[in-house]
Design a protein around this ligand. Sequence first.
Ligand SMILES: Cc1cc2nc3c(=O)[nH]c(=O)nc-3n(C[C@H](O)[C@H](O)[C@H](O)COP(=O)(O)OP(=O)(O)OC[C@H]3O[C@@H](n4cnc5c(N)ncnc54)[C@H](O)[C@@H]3O)c2cc1C
Length: 380
Amino acid sequence: MRFAPTELTGPELELQAEVRDFLAAELAPGSYDRALGMGAGKDKEFSKKLAARGWVGMALPTRYGGHDRTAVDRFVVVEELLRHGAPVGYHWVADRQTGSIINRFGTEDQRERFLPPICRGELGFSIGMSEPDSGSDLASVSTRGTRTDGGWLLNGTKVWTSGAHENDWFVVLCRTAPLEDGNKHQGLSQLLVDLSAPGLEINPIPFLDGSHHFNEVVMTDVFVPDELVLGELGMGWAQNTSELAYERGGPDRWLSTYGVVEEFLRANEGTPLGSRAREMLGWATARWWTLRNLSLSVARMIDEGAAPSVESALVKEMGTRFEQDITERVLELVDLEPSPESASLFERMLAAAVLTGPSFTIRGGTTEILRSVASKGLSA
Ligand SMILES: Cc1cc2nc3c(=O)[nH]c(=O)nc-3n(C[C@H](O)[C@H](O)[C@H](O)COP(=O)(O)OP(=O)(O)OC[C@H]3O[C@@H](n4cnc5c(N)ncnc54)[C@H](O)[C@@H]3O)c2cc1C
């Protein structure tokens, strides 16, 4: 495991300033409902505006509408968006991972069909990995693709599918060949599935705070044509593992509760901070600085052609625990039980952090699984 120290270059700092100016003009404080990191709301118009600036699908090739930029450039943009609590929800998954895996594993037809609308911020993707009996042990998925004329019939149930009710497509991990010799990693494939396809039913799973964020997706004989098999048939496990590497290690894993601290300060503007509040700020700033450097180092490694999946796992493990710790520390400072209906933005954000915070160390791989990945990497 290696985290080489790195800093933003001159052009990267210029990009950062550009994004800050854009956000200051587009989303002035009080003009929008500031969200907790990537759990932000969906605003298709905002996604399109961002795309028009060249900030969606940044690392994808220009010939498909992308911008051939680096992982660090994307880091810079995403860090600013998340710090701002911008409504990034609609393009988030497509931008973070689906575009990249279609570019890497997809056919030329798939690239031409999906990448340009992703880069325009016009196509939302969900992730169809988890199932009622397969979360951490993802290779045990039981959704099955059965061969039929010209394609596959999908049967099975996915759960915790974020945004399936609002997005357009999802990538389904399924079994397309029977289990042989008990090797669960073989015979899995990834299929690109239209979320409005006949036979597909989307049922809401209410979040702890009552909001509709994720779903159960039931598939009954959903027809998926051969041209929508992503990558090589039977190679779904390897592809899926590489997809997970895009999911971890970025600013979305340590900035979710940044806005809670900023709104705490805004709510207390003009009042001298007590020693406990100052101590909390020092503690949080030191940790943000450290996590940011580790996370930036991961992005730099990706640009150097490395596959820092172990380093990413460690960033997510430490980052998401820190996101939860912030909520606890801020709660200790205020004498209130925050209400999601409060007129105060700070209180609403704190309430959201209390109610949704437990999910930070579960989504994208639980703390225990990430520790296991990191420790295996250390001993390799
Ligand atoms: C907000 C949110 C959004 C999500 N969005 C999506 C989505 O869009 N698409 C999608 O496919 N999934 C999504 N998920 C699902 C998420 O990826 C799974 O919840 C996660 O992988 C854990 O799986 P599980 O819930 O089945 O828990 P389990 O795997 O049953 O784990 C239960 C507990 O056992 C522990 N455990 C399990 N195996 C081991 C082991 N080998 N060693 C040590 N401990 C272990 C876990 O750490 C955990 O504490 C989302 C989850 C959340 C909370």
